[in-house]
Each structure stands twice: as C-alpha cells, then as structure tokens.
Write a protein that binds this ligand. Structure first.
Ligand SMILES: Cc1ncc(COP(=O)(O)O)c(C=O)c1O
Length: 350
C-alpha cells in the first residue's frame, strides 16, 4: 500500500479561502433551484433537474457534510481548535467538509483515491485540507478504492480518538436526515407535490434514501429509480454495487428503491455533451448518468413529472473530459463561457 500526504501551506489556506462571513456561507446550504429541461421535456412528460452545485461548496454533499458536523457538535464530539475531522471520500464530501470545517474552526484530513480529478484535489488543498492519497495499486477503481480509503481513514483515526473524528458518511444516519429534512421537502414543494418519478445516482445512498423516504411518506406511489455506475467506471461520486459493497447506511433503507438502472461511462459522457449543446448546462459526469436514465425512463411513459439530482457541475472535470474526448480543451472553455446556471460556489472565490 502506498499513500501520499499533502498539506496546503497555511498561508494559502487563509488567503485563498475567501469566506469572510462563515455563517453566510453555511446558511446558503440547500434550497437549490429546480429547473425544467425544456429541450428534453415533451407535452406530457416533463423533466426537471435539481441543481445541487448551487450549494456553497458546489455539490449535493454540502447537505450531508453539514448535517454530520452539526450532529457531532450537538453530541459534544467536536471541539473547536482541537478536533480533526477525517473522512474517506472521492471528492465532494471532502470539499464540503473542508469548507464547512474551515468556516467553523476544525481541521480536516481527507483520504482520497489518487484517480480522483486533479481539480478536485486542488480545491481540497485550497480549502486547507490535508490529503492522504491512496495509490492506484491500492485502489484501481473509484468504487473499490473507496472501500480501501475507509480502511485507511479508520487506521489513521483509531490511535487518536481524542483528536480525530470520522463522520463516516457510509454509516452515519445524519447523512440520511440531511436529505429527509432538506432535499425531499424542497422537491415536494418545488413540484407542488406533482412529482411522479425521482432519480438519483448513488454513492453512500444518503441522497436516495433520505429524499425518497420523505417523498414516499407524502405520496406512496412516487417511483424511485436508483442509478449505479458500470463496473470500472469514471463517474466520480457513484458506485457500482457489484464491485464495491453496499454501505450500511443504504442497506438500512434499500427497500425505498423501486428500480435500479446502470449508467455507462459512454452514455453518461454523451449526455454531458447533449446537456451542454441543448440546455447550456456544463454538468459533472454523474449528472450525465442521471440524464441518460431520465430519458430512458421518459421514453416508456405516457405522462409524468421526473426529477433528477444533478449532483455537481463540470468545473472540476476539464482534465477528465479532455482525456476522455468529451470535449477538446477549446470546446470545454467555450462551453464554460456560454454555460447558464453556474453558481458562484465558495471554492471558486480565489
Ligand atoms: C457527484 C455525486 N456525489 C454524490 C452523489 C450522491 O451520493 P450519495 O449516495 O452518497 O448521497 C451523487 C449522486 O448522484 C453524485 O453524483
């Protein structure tokens, strides 16, 4: 096993993290826009995307990170200027934890597969996180790698329980409650209760179990569609549940899922291109996966209101998209310039 640890210089931490009023940033978590994808909707089947990159640290994971940190504060586990939060993550949870922790006065260490995009690692360092990178030998795939990352984070934290706190998004019910108490109610009210299908990609399962549990309590026949990645995938944030085990958090409420779909890299990247061309949305890879599943579901319906979670935008993925020939470097820059609905996420303020 090889690991690399990098710490951002303390000077860059204070100068680059332009969070002048931490409370303002944290108050901006949740209440993300729901937009209709008009070029994909038909008269009777309407498609909507919940733009989670409007969260202050740029993804759906701000919700889980915030709920887990608040839960630990309430339980007296976290102590200001002493506690170190450590978490295994393929990116977005780390970014969210690093941003929230920096705002609240905790240090953060992230265990991350080195296959994760360079942009993601740069943002993490920029937010002041220490990175423990696991090698590709150790984690040949993002999915399988996450399991190895969990083991490494536990090994680092175990000898120092007085300092280290690992929220462990894979087991922590606060991750479920984040979506039960925020994402679900938002979608319910933004669709005036008319939602018929809910679709999201799955990592820990927090988003799907929390949101869907709330929605089904409101209307039992809402159809819940879970999207996993193909084996050996490049879809950051998603898992394939054959090559990588189902987290305990997900297993507890797995029965909320009505249907499983599997997204391939190619179909997801194709949708990333189509969303840029038709909707001027520059999305992350997993939003391409969700879009692909929404369209395949919509084709089989006579009517419906479909809502998909677009977990993050494409600004962390220039290197992935150019390597995978989704866009050339020039095309990417053009898409970025003409993109609509980009947020001013806190990590972009440098
Ligand atoms: C980038 C990204 N992160 C996280 C998630 C959701 O993950 P979780 O199941 O851990 O809530 C998704 C789901 O689409 C995602 O695309």
């Amino acid at each position: 096993m090889t690991t690399t640890t990098t710490t951002s210089p303390s000077s860059s931490r204070s100068s680059s993290l332009s969070i002048d009023n931490p409370n303002n940033v944290i108050e901006r978590i949740g209440r993300t826009p729901l937009i209709e994808l008009t070029s994909f909707s038909t008269q009777k089947v309407k498609l909507f995307a919940k733009l989670e990159w409007f969260n202050p640290f740029g993804s759906v994971k701000d919700r889980a990170a915030y709920w887990m940190v608040m839960d630990a504060e309430r339980k007296g586990i976290l102590k200001k200027d002493k506690s170190v939060i450590i978490e295994p993550t393929s990116g977005n949870t780390g970014i969210a934890l690093a941003g929230i922790a920096a705002s609240l006065g905790y240090k953060v260490e992230i265990v991350i597969p080195d296959k994760v995009s360079e942009e993601t690692k740069r943002i993490l360092r920029h937010l002041g996180a220490t990175l423990h990178e696991t090698s590709d030998d150790l984690c040949p795939r993002v999915g399988a790698g996450t399991d190895q990352s969990i083991a490494l984070a536990k090994a680092i934290a175990k000898p120092r329980p007085d300092i280290y706190y690992m929220p462990n998004q894979y087991e922590n019910d606060a991750n479920f409650f984040a979506h039960y108490e925020s994402t679900g109610p938002e979608i319910w009210s933004q669709t005036d209760g008319k939602i018929s299908h809910f679709l999201t990609g799955c990592g820990t399962g927090g988003t799907i179990t929390g949101t869907a549990t709330f929605l089904k309590e409101k209307k039992r026949d809402i159809k819940v569609i879970a999207i996993q990645a193909q084996r050996n995938h490049l879809l950051q944030g998603l898992r394939n549940f054959e090559e990588s085990s189902m987290p305990d958090l997900f297993k507890r409420r797995e029965n909320v899922v009505d249907e499983w779909m599997t997204a391939t890299n190619d179909d997801s990247f194709n949708m990333v291109k189509q969303l840029a061309a038709k909707e001027r949305l520059l999305v992350g890879p997993s939003s391409g996966s969700v879009m692909d599943s929404m369209l395949k579901t919509a084709e089989k319906l006579d009517s419906g209101i479909l809502v998909g979670i677009f977990a993050d935008d494409g600004r962390k993925f220039k290197s992935l998209y150019t390597q995978q020939n989704v866009f050339t470097g020039d095309q990417y820059e053009r898409e970025l310039k003409s993109a609509k609905n980009l947020s001013s996420a806190a990590f972009m303020l440098n």
